[in-house]
Design a protein around this ligand. Structure first.
Ligand code: FES
Length: 113
């Protein structure tokens, strides 16, 4: 199977009930990845874009979180209602700006690479 042009890594980590960090699975991410796969298929994108279940990507506070690669963009607080917008976005090569979790500014003194 060839490499895809884009990957959507959907966190489906599940923590035990009562864990203060919560988890994306508890917020519905398992259904989101399933629907996302279907939405990509409907748009004829199955061979170019892949939605994958992922472990915790350490953005639990904005879960359900999805990392879009190679764009290196994080979507946060994703719900089922956002699935079509995400699929349409990858179809057009566009980012769904309203879902983007901004990257923190680099720490002062950090080296530029
Ligand atoms: S549980 Fe989903 S980012 Fe941590």
């Amino acid at each position: 199977m060839p490499h895809r042009d884009r990957y959507l890594f959907v966190c489906t980590n599940r923590r035990e009930e009562g864990n203060p960090k919560g988890s994306c699975a508890q917020k519905g991410s398992e259904e989101i990845v399933k629907r996302l796969k279907g939405a990509l298929l409907e748009r004829g994108l199955a061979k170019t874009v892949r939605a994958c279940s992922s472990g915790c990507i350490d953005l639990c506070e904005v879960g359900v979180s999805i990392v879009l690669e190679p764009d290196h963009v994080v979507y946060g607080n994703v719900t089922l209602e956002d699935v079509d917008a995400i699929a349409d976005g990858v179809a057009k090569g566009e980012i769904v700006e309203r879902l983007v979790v901004p990257r923190p500014a680099p720490a002062s003194g950090a080296k530029k690479g």
